[in-house]
Design a protein around this ligand. Structure first.
Ligand code: PGA
Length: 247
């Protein structure tokens, strides 16, 4: 399977940031891995123009489960696709926390994404409290079972394991912690669907150039979902290079 370096810009990025996407494009004319940038929705169309005919793909950070309707402020998966994206992040922990998103809602969003022809990047991960209580695997198994879209395949679904306590904190999970969860997720995916070996499982949470090589050497880590270190090409390009080097 091709590995995936995905950048999640979160609520960051104005017009000037399109230059960062261009710099990622220039540095990666023929990448050995898939590269995805997920800017705020306001930049999707202009970034699609900036990245046209390049190997750099675009994603959104959320979508609504319905195709259209009276949902002020929301964006449908079909709109995301029309804006030039080929993927969408669903169920990020910040949305689960800030907007009370449940596994059932995340699953519905992922199914809407797939129906619109997008790749759904389904995020799961435990809080520090849950980890300290020894519940990590129960939590991520529950989130995976509850959020996995019907009809998931390696082509339309990506799982991102992001321990909540490692997101934006500079605290990266240890290789043993990552290895344990990714192996458990691969096994659980095998119980939930056919073709589980083809589904990419990304790690996310304070991934940087300095720790990327160590993380990408772990079995069943098929790439990364990168927040802060995806905002500039200078930070993101070395992470892409580390993923390519991991083979
Ligand atoms: P971070 O965010 O790399 O800034 O920790 C990762 C994410 O939330 O996707």
């Amino acid at each position: 399977m091709r590995k995936l370096a995905a950048g999640n810009w979160k609520m960051n990025g104005m017009t000037a940031s399109i230059a960062e996407a261009r710099a990622v494009r220039v540095a990666n004319p023929t990448p050995k891995v898939d590269i995805l940038l997920c800017p705020p929705a306001t930049l999707l169309t202009r970034m699609a123009e900036a990245l046209a005919n390049s190997p750099i793909a675009l994603g959104a950070q959320d979508c609504h489960p319905e195709a259209s309707g009276a949902h002020t402020g929301d964006i449908a998966a079909g709109m995301v696709a029309e804006a030039g994206a080929s993927a969408v992040i669903v169920g990020h922990s910040e949305r689960r926390t800030d907007h009370g998103e449940t596994d059932a809602l995340v699953k519905a969003k992922a199914e809407a994404a797939i129906a619109a022809g997008l790749v759904a990047i389904v995020c799961i991960g435990e809080t520090l409290e849950e980890r300290e209580a020894g519940k990590t695997l129960d939590i991520v198994h529950g989130q995976l079972s509850g959020s996995l879209p019907a009809g998931a395949t390696g082509g339309n679904t990506v799982i991102a394991y992001e321990p909540v306590w490692a997101i934006g904190t500079g605290k990266v999970a240890t290789p043993d912690q990552i290895a344990e969860v990714h192996a458990a997720l691969r096994t659980k995916l095998g119980e939930l669907m056919d073709g589980a070996a083809e589904v990419r499982i990304l790690y996310g949470g304070s991934v940087k150039a300095a720790n990327a090589g160590e993380i990408f050497a772990i079995a069943d880590v098929d790439g990364a979902l990168v927040g802060g270190a995806s905002l500039t090409a200078d930070d993101f390009n070395p992470i892409i290079a580390a993923l390519e080097a991991a083979g």
